[in-house]
Each structure stands twice: as C-alpha cells, then as structure tokens.
Design a protein around this ligand. Structure first.
Ligand code: PLP
Length: 445
C-alpha cells in the first residue's frame, strides 16, 4: 500500500516531513519553485557547497538557494559577521552604519551604483524601480521582455508562461499574457512585451509605444530566456528608444550581478537608470536593492519632505542582512569572480564534451558561474526556443531526479550556480553526473 504521496512505507524523514507539512502549508512546500515530485529532501544543515538533508544524505548544492549563495553554506566570514551583529540587536527602526557600508561597497564596485536603497527581496526591488521610473517620467506603462522572470510583481509576471497558443498578438508581436489568475486587465494594457532576440521587431514595437513608456526592464542574460545573452542589436534598439523617447532603463541584476565584479551591466555595455539587486548582495539573508545615479535616486529622497515615490519596509536595510551582505561582497573580489567564472567555463566545456562523446543532443548554456541544461540541437536564443518540447519537458524532471539521486541538487528546470567553496573536483563531478543522468533518461533523444 502506498501512502498519499505515492511512496512506499517506511517513509524517509523527508517524506514524513512532507506529509506533515502538507497539512499546514498549501502544497507542502513554502515555495512553488522548490517543489518537485515526489517531494524535495528537507535540509538539515549546510557546509560549504554541501547540504545535509534530514535523512543524513550529503547533496552537492548547485541550486544555491536560487543562485543567492555565492559562498555556499555557513561561510565562516558570514557566520562571524552575523554572530557579531546579532548580539547587538536585530532591528531598530533607526538607520545603522551597516547600510552605509553596504551601499558604499556597491558604489566602490561600480560608480553607476552611486546610491542605493535596500529592501527585502528582488521582487520588491523591481517594484521600487518601476515606481521610481513612473515617478520621474509621470508615465505608467512599462515594457519587459517575453518570458523573462523579474519576481512576482503583477506587471513583471506578464508573459511569464505564454505558449504557442497565445504568445502572438494579432500583429505577430509578443502578446501581454496574464500569469496569475485574477491579473487585472489594466496590468496587461500597461505592460508591453518585447521579443528577446528580434531587434527589428523590438525596435518597431518601441517606435510605436515608446513615448508612453516609463521604463524598459531588461535582464541581458535571463534564465527563462534560456540563460543566453541578449543580442547586441536588441540592446542597441533599447538604447535608441530610451534616448529618443525619454524612457528609463531598468537592468535587473538580481541574479546576474555575480557575473562581474561591477555587476552585469558593464559586460553588456548597458547604462541603466536603475539597477535592481538582490540574492548575493545579502550574503544569504533576504535582500533586495535599487541603485542608480544620485539624480535618479532622488525620486526616493524624503529628506526634503515627501518623496515623489515612497520606498519603506519594516525590515529594509536590516542590520543582519547588511552584515552578511558586506561579508559576502568582501570575499567576492575581482579574483574570486574570475575564478568562479572560469570554473563555470570548465563545467560547460566538460559537460559538452561528455554529451558529444555520448552522441547526446544536449548542451550546457550559461555564462560565468551560471549554467542551464538544454536538450535538443536547436539554437536557443530566447524564451520561445528555450521552451522545452513535450518530450523534453517530460525528461527534465527525470534528469533532475536522477541528479538528486546521484547527490547533486539543481533547480527544477536543470539550471544551477557554482559557489566559491567549489573546486575543479566538484565541477568535474557535476559535469559527469549530468551527462550520466541525461544518458540514463529515456524519451528525449
Ligand atoms: N529578478 C530575477 C532575474 C530573479 O531571478 C528573481 C528571483 O529569482 C527576482 C528578480 C526576484 O527576486 P526575489 O525572489 O528575491 O523576490
């Protein structure tokens, strides 16, 4: 007899925890993205690049809490910084010197991050940047790229899961497709969707809608667009529209800040009005931030009275997050960035060589320390081409499960991020296990 999650008794501790959690948490997992069948292992502790689950299994962590842990788990300098900070109190409703230090650390890495406001998540950072752009321009419509994920703010969710049945509008342009049930029609009307890899179409859409746009939101290496680079021609079309029509550019670096010491914008020749940050800048604690030149950030300035756009939050710039973030960035200097990016290159090269040797039509895309598995031989250039076929969509969860069985945790769509405790040894293990997991999975080749 199997139990209600389809597992044979006796249950592992993780399976039992999942059953218990389902009674009090809808779906039995706090986060949609961290659920996979039949249930995730429950974490007990982490050390370096390894997680120990509550059944005592060691798992090599390539998910790194959705790319937010660049130093893995319990990184000693972060533990020390937190231990020191926690004894001084956790929240004051007053500013602390920690927020100055973290904002200064960001500005020192990239002068374009001249001023920063902290919040508690990347979602909030995007919301703040969009509100800031609206406050400055007096316009309310925004543009974003098809399929790209920027957190769960209504406008940012538009087109997140569009399908061939609904992704074109009557003119063959990407349609504003709702994601969450109950998305207000006004959100769709106010969100223009751009193609990630078609510069001419992108330019034409922006020529039509540009004068009404407050902002264009862009991630030049977007995970849901395949973790491939946005073409330079598309970036040029965006730049031209911003200059012509007075649209502000918001670059979402929540994930990709880790790709360069100064973040990802300089790597793509982008000069954003606002940069949204999160993940690694909080050292593993909840964080978000919006940064930009002082002239732009003045929209959030309340010193002279009421700001044009309020950006508050009970726990924003929390002293623990500031301490952990500072330690995280201090140990992610230019040499550490270069080393981790080189490990990523090695990972992709070794996996791709393994796929080629096995005659498997698969490859590892990505950049620097970020990677994503693509099944099939078609070139991946955008959300549409990155979207798995029916057979690939059936195989990916089984590859994910095979990786977990082999002791390697990826995100559910088989992407991952390296962390600084990793060495060539772990990277070789990830590549080899990945090729083995793909070869052991039937139905996609
Ligand atoms: N932007 C990007 C590119 C992301 O990948 C994410 C989260 O994964 C977000 C924004 C939202 O960040 P958070 O989950 O901290 O709200």
């Amino acid at each position: 007899r199997t139990n209600e999650v389809g597992l044979d008794p006796p249950l592992s501790r993780s399976a039992a925890a999942f059953l218990r959690e389902q009674r009090v948490v809808p779906g039995g997992s706090m986060r949609h993205a961290s659920w996979f069948a039949p249930h995730p292992p429950y974490a007990a502790r982490g050390q370096g690049c390894w997680i120990l689950d509550i059944d005592g299994r060691r798992i090599l962590d390539c998910a790194n809490n959705f790319f937010s842990l660049v130093h893995g788990h319990a990184f000693p300098p972060i533990v020390a910084a937190l231990t020191e900070a926690i004894g001084r109190g956790t929240a004051f409703g007053l500013p602390t010197e920690g927020e100055i230090a973290l904002a200064e650390a960001l500005a020192a890495r990239n002068p374009a991050l001249e001023q920063t406001r902290f919040c508690n998540s990347g979602t909030e950072a995007l919301l703040a940047a969009v509100k800031g752009a609206r406050g400055i321009t007096g316009r309310h419509r925004i543009a974003k790229f098809e399929g790209c994920y920027h957190g769960s703010y209504d406008h940012m969710e538009v087109s997140l899961d569009s399908t061939p049945a609904n992704w074109d509008d009557a003119e063959g342009n990407p349609a504003s497709v709702p994601y969450a049930k109950g998305t207000p029609p006004a959100v769709l009307a106010d969100t223009v969707v751009l193609p990630y890899a078609d510069a001419d179409r992108c330019a034409a859409i922006l020529r039509r809608h540009g004068p009404g746009l407050a902002a264009i939101v862009l991630d030049p290496h977007a995970s849901k667009a395949g973790m491939v680079a946005m073409p330079a021609e598309v970036i040029a079309a965006v730049r031209e529209a911003c200059a012509r029509d007075g649209i502000l550019l918001i670059v979402d670096e929540v994930v990709n800040f880790r790709l360069g010491f100064a973040g990802v914008s300089p790597l793509f020749g982008l000069a954003p009005d606002f940069v949204t940050l999160g993940k690694i800048i909080g050292g593993g604690l909840p964080v978000g931030a919006v940064s930009g030149a002082a002239g732009r950030m003045a929209v959030f300035d309340h010193a002279a009275g009421k700001p044009r756009v309020a950006l508050g939050g009970t726990f924003s710039a929390n002293p623990l997050t500031m301490a952990a973030g500072l330690a995280s960035l201090a140990h992610y200097d230019a040499a550490a960035v270069a080393r981790l990016n080189a490990l990523g290159d090695m990972l992709r090269a070794r996996a791709d060589a393994g796929f080629a040797a096995a005659g498997a039509p698969a490859r590892l895309d990505g950049m620097g320390s970020l990677f994503r598995l693509h099944l099939g031989t078609r070139p991946v250039t955008d959300y549409r081409s990155a979207r798995p076929t029916v057979a690939e969509a059936a195989a990916l969860p089984r590859i994910h499960a095979a990786m977990l069985a082999a002791g390697v945790l990826l995100t559910p769509n088989c992407s991952g991020a390296l962390s600084t405790p990793m060495t060539e040894e772990e990277v070789a293990l990830i590549a080899d296990r990945l090729v083995e997991a793909c070869m052991a999975t039937e139905g996609w080749r």
